[in-house]
Design a protein around this ligand. Structure first.
Ligand code: PRP
Length: 193
């Protein structure tokens, strides 16, 4: 991947912390292109079914918003928040439900929309939790998969990009709640990365 700007890193939105933000990993234009492709693929695969998009907050909110508009079907959306304990930037493997779904999943065609799969522990937990609610089907669409980080096998139906194991921010991904609104996916160079 490793798209880089002329002149190296940048200061996308200025501010005193801007030196924390490094080169672009995936530019906004490439994210948009891939999201359109994924939307078309999902539209084709689910053409006789109305999928329920289950988005995992907070990081997936940008991707889910764009992906839903790239799917030409009557989708429904629901949200769940599963957070690692603490503010550590590395996955601890310990998760908790911050917000549960509003909808009953029984008989629904559930498509989980995740922003990033790192260790895979969050997704593993989520899959077990959702399958116990008897959906008609359960698939996963992950925008980003970090290379070489998964400790367990994952069944990912749709993947946007495989990215290096750098700490990345932007397009919904944060560090301590900042940088989610950066349009490009970028390397985070600051403390804790
Ligand atoms: C991120 C991301 C995934 C999870 C992936 O969430 O959104 O849910 O980590 O990590 P894993 O594969 O190692 O389990 P985070 O806990 O940072 O919360 P956020 O989405 O609110 O930023």
């Amino acid at each position: 991947m490793a798209h880089r700007e002329a002149g190296g890193g940048g200061s996308p939105f200025g501010g005193s912390d801007s030196t924390e933000i490094g080169p672009i990993v995936v530019p906004a234009s490439e994210l948009a292109r891939r999201v359109r492709e994924l939307g078309a693929e999902i539209t084709e695969d689910y053409r006789d079914r109305a999928p329920l998009l289950v988005s995992v907050l907070k990081g997936a909110f940008v991707f889910a918003s764009d992906l839903s508009r790239a799917i030409r079907l009557p989708v429904e959306m629901d949200f769940m928040a599963i957070s690692s304990y603490g503010m550590a930037t590395k996955s601890s493997g310990v998760v908790r439900i911050v917000k549960d779904l509003d909808q009953d999943l029984t008989g629904r065609h559930v498509l989980v929309v995740e922003d990033i799969v790192d260790s895979g522990l969050t997704l593993s937990y989520l899959r077990r939790s959702l399958l116990a609610r008897n959906p008609a089907s359960l698939e996963v669409c992950a925008l980003l998969v970090k290379d070489g980080q998964q400790r367990i096998p994952l069944d990912l139906r749709y993947v946007g990009f495989h990215v290096p194991a750098d700490f990345v921010v932007g397009y919904g991904l944060d560090v301590q709640e900042r940088y989610r609104n950066l349009p490009d996916l970028r390397v985070f160079l600051g403390e804790g990365s």
